[in-house]
Design a binder for this molecule. Sequence first.
Ligand code: SF4
Length: 305
Amino acid sequence: MYNSYTKYLKQRFGGRRMQKISVNGGFSCPNRDGRLGTGGCTFCNNQTFVPDYCVSDKSISQQVEEGIDFFKHKYTQQGYLVYFQSFTNTYAPFERLKTLYEEALSYEGVEGIVIGTRPDCVSDELLDYLEQKSKQCFVMIEYGIESVYDSTLQLINRGHDFQTAVDTIERTAGRGIDVGVHVILGLPCETKEMILHTAEEISKLPVTVVKLHQLQLIRGTKMEQQYLLHPEWFHFFDVEEYVDLVVDFLERLNPEIYVERFVSSSPKEFLLLPQWGLKNFEFTAKVEKRLKERNTYQGILFAGL
Ligand code: SF4
């Protein structure tokens, strides 16, 4: 058994299903445009996680409308959360950010926003505004922390350290705003012990939701070159091995933290390794089965705060 994000949303929204609609606000990223760096994180090819309806030459309203059109036939009784997903969605002057978020929230049927960003890119002015918004609707900021190890963060050219993530998560949660974190399992040079210790570090933080992804080697990224030069830095899990790793991770994770997903699926044309061919729900079913087989659950090894 684990604490699923679906359950969390149902609790927050009176048992109703919520559907995320991804939008592209036309943002850049300070790790790409030269403010912090130009190369970006070594694993990043932002093209791989943008749905077709989500392109930046369309307004937010257009993208939300097309997203709702796409999903509304699947379930009749559902609300919508607009997910600012592509690049760094807090990287613009405050007034522009406010305009885009308000545009999303004003669309009929939209009941909240989820903002994906970097932990070094959130001003107090923005957090103050989002604190007020979160009293009126659902607001979550999702931080890509990726690793809790500074050595890894340097190796993947992340451009910030772990302490920055800790401070920003505390500044955000301290204002009553929900915090999500995104972590990649299997980054170069991280051992299994290091990965499992990550669960313990995250468990100490005021985090509402965690999203786990397996490391994926994406065509055209800097990591592809790193892999060719230093294959010994990498270990790509097979499916069964990764299922067990996720279960081990869940065992150490604070049982009060919700888990949104365990894997990411980049499009085949971009993905070099690992080639699992599994959909998100198929992997989730495997984790649930393995939890039962091992007669274990989230937090069984959590030592408390
Ligand atoms: S992963 Fe995010 S922070 Fe890193 S380069 Fe890509 S968009 Fe920028």
